[in-house]
Design a protein around this ligand. Structure first.
Ligand SMILES: [Zn+2]
Length: 224
């Protein structure tokens, strides 16, 4: 007998990841494609379909009963649409309908990626046992989500706790979202690297100029 599985999709500005997940939260199979973030809407959807195709090719697929999507925001949970700041080809893109069609009508649920990671941290990770938590994800962007009084709080649109586009420097750089000095414009992975380079940081001999390399330099005592 098949246990019930869920297919999970993580839609980001750099990669689109998928997995088959069992009732204990174990990832039984992973698939991944780069996000063609500068391309048109259908090209981006093609990458999502390719990830779903990889998962559907597995002998485990008949056990899948639903699809859960965490997407870079903003999302509109009620409408089932996404408009990721870092994927300009998708504005109000009907992701729930398109994924549902691709998987033969299985139920599909959508939240912002910050809410998704918060649900995971509360269930299986660092926020276990806490009734109130703010979890953050630092990646191509900065996302966040809230657990309040023991429950994931997504808000009506699925974006509650999205700390990445809170302005923390009112005269700061213009963010692609239209505001100035957003947390994301300062502290996302690419922006950590950009700001370090602007302030005179020199990457190591391997040329790695990512945020991970900035962090390694900081740990090694680089004052910038
Ligand atoms: Zn912003």
């Amino acid at each position: 007998m098949h246990t019930s599985l869920v297919a999970a999709l993580d839609i980001g500005g750099t990669k689109i990841a998928g997995a088959l997940v069992d009732g204990d939260g174990a990832l039984l199979l992973r698939a991944q494609r780069p996000t063609p973030a500068k391309e048109d809407a259908e090209t981006v959807m093609g990458a999502v379909a390719a990830v779903l195709g990889d998962l559907a090719a597995s002998p485990l697929w008949p056990g899948v009963v639903a699809v859960g999507i965490g997407s870079a925001g903003p999302v509109d949970r009620a409408a089932g649409t996404v408009s990721p700041v870092n994927v300009p080809g998708w504005r109000g893109f009907p992701l729930v309908e398109r994924v549902s069609r691709a998987v033969g009508g299985l139920p599909v649920d959508l939240v912002g990626d910050g809410a998704a990671i918060t649900a995971a941290e509360h269930w299986r990770g660092a926020a276990r046992g806490f009734d109130n938590a703010l979890c953050m994800v630092v990646s191509t962007g900065v996302g966040g989500g809230l657990v309040l009084e023991g429950r994931l709080h997504t808000g009506p649109s699925g974006n509650a706790g999205h700390i990445g586009h809170i302005s923390v420097d009112l005269d700061g750089d213009l963010c692609p979202c239209g505001a100035r000095g957003c947390v994301e414009r300062i502290a996302s992975g690419p922006n950590i690297a950009r700001r370090a380079l602007e302030q005179g940081w020199t990457p190591g001999p391997d040329g790695d100029a990512t945020a991970a390399a900035v962090a390694a330099s900081a740990r090694a005592g680089d004052p910038v």
